[in-house]
Design a protein around this ligand. Structure first.
Ligand code: FE2
Length: 246
């Protein structure tokens, strides 16, 4: 049914200029991403064929739904790395996490729990999609006190900030990095995120580009994203995108 989305019909999709992806849900069985090892291998093979050389995968840590910890995530990451090696899939797989800023996260910060970062001191964070987080700026400040640099996952998806775009400028001024979801450009999350993404691109606020890949549906949509490649290439050539340094 979705034959028009299949790879053979979309041979031009190529993300090799990005080199690395830094947002995905590929660790099997820990969140709403890949449910099992076989699916993880298949999704990673697909990403590798689209030109990615390195994947920093970021399982959800959100205490109401996914009580993940480094102790839960690391052995599964190692198991997946071994499976990639034995299947001859030429991609480097690292693991970090996507932290929801919730009460548990704030407690973890206070008790100095280990946090899963990438590229040294970058930490991927997300917030509620329905309401503006209370104390957000103070949490971001606490991360910075620890020497960490927050990366705001898909800022274009927090629609409540659409009416208060000043928020984006304030968060940028605090030193946070912004990460664009590729699929936000396609309208996959609705019309409003497309417009907010266009606004943030115009402001030159994005520093990282991620797939936020969860499943094979996302693979099909990425394969069909040729119309948005010029936007991505323009962003890369602007010099503000850090993926190739990861
Ligand atoms: Fe995500």
């Amino acid at each position: 049914m979705l034959s028009f989305l299949h790879k053979k019909d979309n041979p031009s999709v190529d993300f090799s200029d990005l080199k690395a992806d830094m947002h995905s849900h590929l660790i099997p069985g820990v969140d709403d991403g890949s449910p099992d090892l076989e699916t993880s291998i298949s999704l990673i093979k697909d990403l590798s064929e689209m030109g990615y050389k390195k994947l920093i995968t970021t399982p959800h840590i959100m205490w109401d739904m996914y009580k993940n910890t480094p102790e839960i995530i690391r052995p599964r990451h190692e198991m997946l790395q071994n499976a990639l090696r034995s299947n001859g899939i030429p991609v480097e797989l690292e693991v970090a996490a996507e932290y929801l800023i919730d009460d548990h996260f704030e407690k973890s910060l206070e008790s100095d729990d280990e946090l899963l970062c990438f590229n040294g001191n970058l930490i991927l964070v997300e917030f509620s999609f329905v309401q503006e987080p209370v104390e957000l700026k103070s949490v971001l400040f606490k991360l910075q006190i620890k020497g960490l640099q927050p990366v705001i996952a898909h800022p274009e998806r927090y629609l409540y900030f659409g009416a208060n775009k000043q928020w984006y400028s304030e968060i940028k001024a605090l030193g946070c990095l912004f990460q664009l979801n590729i699929l936000s450009l396609s309208g996959f999350y609705g019309k409003a995120p497309v417009e907010l993404a266009q606004y943030l691109i115009k402001q030159q606020y994005y520093n990282l580009i991620g797939t936020d890949l969860h499943n094979s549906r996302h693979i099909d949509l990425l394969r069909a994203s040729s119309p948005y490649l010029p936007v991505i290439k323009k962003l890369i050539h602007s010099g503000s995108i850090l993926n190739h340094q990861l």
